[in-house]
Design a binder for this molecule. Structure first.
Ligand code: ADP
Ligand code: MG
Length: 412
């Protein structure tokens, strides 16, 4: 991935766009790496996403910027702060600057256990609030709702500690003897030579970081060399267990304008969260995000995927996916499966599966009781909520605002 068309090789201490000073890595995705930076001009911490330089990822990043601009400032969607391009050894990369957030909620799902139900509800409620804004106010469909794309909000102190920890690691990593101050001029030289930085600004930033570091030295006495430094701070984990948990939706790289969606414009959504209409290649719109939200809610609550299809010797992954849906939610009505362009690949004329002959019905409520040992009442309430988000007919599926009124979320 660190080749022409791939990632930009970022170094700690690099300075981008004459203002974003790289402190540590926050995370990475299929298309980008994301870095914690100090903004010399805005005098705040920011997250800098540097996208791979190939044509497709560049297009999708431009698309993401367009979507984010259209979304503007929203409570439940990550905020865009700036964007620019940078050219390096691997090509020209789009860079997107965001507010800093913490871990994705994926980090908190314990396999086979999930996370406590009140927290699942807190998260799902906020995701639906975000989707409601995206769908109704912005006319945008996210198309990639999944735990990785839901991030926890963090406060300034957390980010300061993260930055301080990063500097400690950096210093340790560089095996620099003596005081941190003496290491700085050297460290900053390369980036200032490359970009003609205003030396005064860099000094200002160094001074600020140093004072923060001194302040927090005792708070981060065990620097970690882990790839993602967020991991080294226990606060983020504690945070998710508290009821004031705030999350935001990120990654609008695959999002599309709800008006432009027509028939099957390529595969959308990550496999386990892919909805019925996308699988059969029928028309789709905002309801695709609602289906994904249901899959995610189940995963948060149980620690297992709702659907995890696999190809067999005689059937495809898609056919298995459709079979799993049928086993859990019942037979897919004819008017639904005939609405898809790809239906003939999976269904016979009479509506049976082409290659999968035996199905075992095991309804959602029973699965929760029998497999996950939920109390019947809790299982029934949750299953009822999920059923309204997993309606086969996208027109019948609950909208985000309708989901928010469901008793499972309101507690009524
Ligand atoms: P991709 O388009 O490559 O999937 P994402 O936008 O999903 O990129 O970001 C990749 C990862 O980077 C996220 O899963 C998360 O760990 C981290 N990340 C992204 N945005 C932020 C942010 N604003 N603050 C903190 N970390 C972030
Ligand atoms: Mg992503």
């Amino acid at each position: 991935d660190y080749a022409v068309g791939g990632f930009y090789p970022v170094m700690i201490g690099d300075l981008f766009h004459e203002r974003y000073y790289v402190l540590c890595k926050l995370g990475w995705g299929t298309f980008s790496t994301v870095w914690l930076c100090w903004d010399l001009i805005g005098k705040r911490y920011v997250a800098l996403k540097i996208v791979k330089s190939n044509y497709i990822d560049t297009k999708s990043a431009q698309h993401e910027i367009k979507n984010l601009r259209c979304v503007g400032k929203r409570k439940k969607i990550v905020q865009l702060l700036d964007d620019f391009k940078v050219t390096g050894v691997n090509g020209t990369h789009i860079c997107i600057v965001f507010e800093v957030l913490g871990h994705s909620i994926l980090k908190f799902i314990r396999p086979k256990v999930g996370i406590p139900l009140p927290i699942v509800k807190t998260i799902i409620r906020q995701v639906l609030e975000g989707l409601d804004e995206l769908h109704t106010k912005c006319g945008i469909v996210h198309t990639d709702i999944k735990p990785e794309n839901i991030l926890v909000c963090v406060d300034d102190l957390f980010v300061q500690k993260l930055a301080a920890n990063a500097w400690k690691c950096h210093r340790t990593g560089m095996k620099l003897a003596g005081s941190l101050v003496s290491s700085f001029p050297q460290n900053l030289q390369s980036s200032s030579e490359n970009t003609n930085v205003n030396q005064k600004k860099v000094e200002e930033m160094t001074h600020l970081l140093l004072s923060q570091l001194q302040h927090l030295e005792s708070a981060v006495s065990h620097p970690s060399s882990s790839d993602s430094l967020v991991d080294s701070l226990p606060d983020s984990v504690n945070k998710v267990c508290s009821s004031d948990l705030v999350v935001k939706i990120v990654d609008l790289g695959s999002a599309c304008c709800s008006e432009l969606i027509s028939n099957c414009s390529g595969t959308i959504q990550t496999r386990p969260y892919r909805c019925l209409e996308s699988l059969i290649c029928a028309e789709y719109g905002p309801p695709v995000d609602i289906w994904s939200t249901a899959c995610m809610a189940f995963e948060l609550a149980t620690g297992d995927y709702l659907f995890f299809p696999e190809a067999g010797d005689h059937y495809s992954k898609d056919e298995d996916h459709l079979a799993l849906i049928t086993e859990l939610l019942g037979e897919i009505p004819k008017d639904i499966w005939t609405s898809g362009k790809m239906t003939h690949l999976y269904f016979t004329e009479t509506g049976g599966f082409r290659n999968i002959k035996t199905l075992e019905q095991w309804g959602l409520c029973e699965v929760l009781i029998e497999k996950y040992r939920w109390l019947p009442r809790e299982a029934r309430d949750f299953a009822e909520f999920l059923h309204s988000l997993l309606a086969f007919d996208p027109k019948q599926r609950a909208t985000a605002s309708e989901c928010l009124l469901h008793p499972w979320l309101t507690g009524a």
